[in-house]
Each structure stands twice: as structure tokens, then as C-alpha cells.
Design a protein around this ligand. Structure first.
Ligand SMILES: [Cu+2]
Length: 128
């Protein structure tokens, strides 16, 4: 453990912030299908696999189209999609309402596990 890390923990202990992050881990995105940076055929659904069980009530995601052929980097266009849990409590499923056309997509996710702190991140992939 580095000196800096020790110092941070010491400060956290002294201010009572230690309750967060050590007792229960925050959800981390472990993998997704399509994967980050993938050049995929249009997926019927997008799956995000996290390190922790999700509280589906507080977790969610937005699907945005950020580029389309002949129109690089247009303003992000929200794509209608259903977000749900899965049989695997660590997986979030995003099902687009209509098949995704060629372009670049970004999933902006928000994951909440048992410690109730929202963690956010995103995954970008291309559809051919
Ligand atoms: Cu936390």
C-alpha cells in the first residue's frame, strides 16, 4: 500500500467516510456485449455485467446515438429502449425498441448496489 493511500484512509477514518467503499464494494463494469469499442452487427440487446448485484429500482441506462454514416459527431440522439434486470442480478439489459441502424452508440449507465451510492459510466460501440 502506498503512503498516499494510507494517508487517504487515515483521513477517511478521521472523518467517518470509511463506511463507503470498504464494507461494500461499488459496482464496477466488468464487461459488456457489445464490448467497449466493438464494431458489431446490430445487437438485439445490450448487456452490462457488473461486479456487484444491482438494485434495479435505482439503476438504469440511456442509449444514445452519437454518430451516423455521413454525419460524424452529431448531437447525441436518445434511442428508445427498455432497461431491465436479468436472471443474473449483476447484469443490466438494454433492449432497443427498434433495431439499431449503422452508427455509433453510447450507453450511459448508472449502477447502484447495496451501499446505495450511484456509480456512472459509459460504453461506446459501433453498429455496421
Ligand atoms: Cu459507496
Amino acid at each position: 500500500m502506498s503512503l498516499i493511500k494510507k494517508a487517504v484512509i487515515a483521513v477517511a477514518l478521521s472523518t467517518g467516510l470509511i463506511a463507503c467503499g470498504l464494507a461494500q464494494a461499488h459496482p464496477k463494469l466488468l464487461s459488456s456485449t457489445p464490448a467497449e469499442g466493438a464494431d458489431a452487427t446490430a445487437p438485439a440487446k445490450i448487456e452490462l455485467h457488473f461486479s456487484e448485484n444491482l438494485m434495479t429500482k435505482f439503476s438504469g441506462a440511456k442509449l444514445l446515438m452519437t454518430e451516423m454514416p455521413g454525419m460524424a459527431a452529431h448531437s447525441p440522439m436518445p434511442m428508445p429502449a427498455k432497461v431491465s434486470g436479468s436472471d443474473d442480478p449483476k447484469t443490466m439489459v438494454i433492449t432497443p425498441n427498434t433495431p439499431l441502424t449503422a452508427g455509433t452508440y453510447q450507453v450511459q449507465w448508472r449502477a447502484v448496489s447495496s451501499d446505495t451510492h450511484p456509480i456512472t459510466g459509459n460504453v461506446t460501440f459501433k453498429v455496421k
